[in-house]
Design a protein around this ligand. Structure first.
Ligand code: CA
Length: 225
């Protein structure tokens, strides 16, 4: 999942980026409100962590611009002051949750996962495709009841496919959502990673290759839950 972190305190921004990367997210960072407003209007993010007090443009109006541009992904607002007016303004602009500084990095990760779980419309916090289960809150995959050992990149790709189960996912979709934008893997890298995931699952038919288009995670017919 690809997350945009907007925070003008560079030290805090770096801490957030490192904590979220370690938790398996692909992270982009912006320090300026105007640049953040632009990035969130043109790039396909899955979630954002947004500071309210920013140079260039304040966080509330950044959020409003994202929403007006059609971005519905969950946004966690960071506020330095425990002020109701800030919270109300950010919820009014479309925030999903907020955290008051200072906070623990673990809490940011937990809140983000909870927001993504709600956004996925999965109350139980699980996505399921046959014998493959993604425990969104715990951030892990179970295959036939056992924890699946995946690298960070494999994890991100499989999570993206699970969130788009049954849909065609192009190589470009995967590159855009799985990698931070400063990395630009050639499409072959995606194929190699998909190949590794298939081998780990031992069920190659679960992720179908759509020739010349991309991939589709196809849950078994019997699994209608
Ligand atoms: Ca700030």
């Amino acid at each position: 999942m690809r997350v945009l972190v907007v925070e003008d305190d560079r030290k805090l921004a770096a801490q957030l980026a490192s904590a979220l990367s370690a938790a398996g997210f692909a992270v982009d960072v912006e320090h300026d409100g105007r640049e953040a407003a632009y990035a969130g209007s043109v790039e396909p993010y899955d979630a954002a962590v947004l500071d309210l007090g920013l140079p260039g443009q304040d966080g509330v109006s950044v959020l409003r611009e994202w929403r007006e541009a059609g971005g519905h992904w969950p946004v966690l607002v960071l506020t330095a002051r425990n002020r109701w007016s800030d919270k109300l303004a950010s919820f009014d602009a479309g925030a999903d949750d907020y955290l008051t500084k200072p906070f623990m990095m673990e809490e940011v990760v937990l809140r983000l996962r909870a927001m993504l779980r709600r956004a996925a419309g999965s109350g139980a916090g699980e996505l399921r495709a046959g014998e493959l289960v993604y425990e969104v809150g715990a951030g892990r995959f179970l295959w036939q009841g056992k924890v699946l050992q995946l690298t960070a990149q494999e994890h991100k790709i499989l999570a993206y496919l699970m969130h788009h189960s049954g849909q065609l996912v192009t190589r470009a979709d995967i590159s855009e959502h799985v990698y931070a934008r400063d990395l630009d893997p050639d499409s072959n890298t995606v194929d190699v990673l998909i190949g590794r995931i298939r081998r780990k699952l031992g069920a190659p038919q679960l992720i179908r290759t759509e020739r010349g288009q991309g991939f589709r995670l196809v849950p078994p017919e019997s699994d209608t839950q």
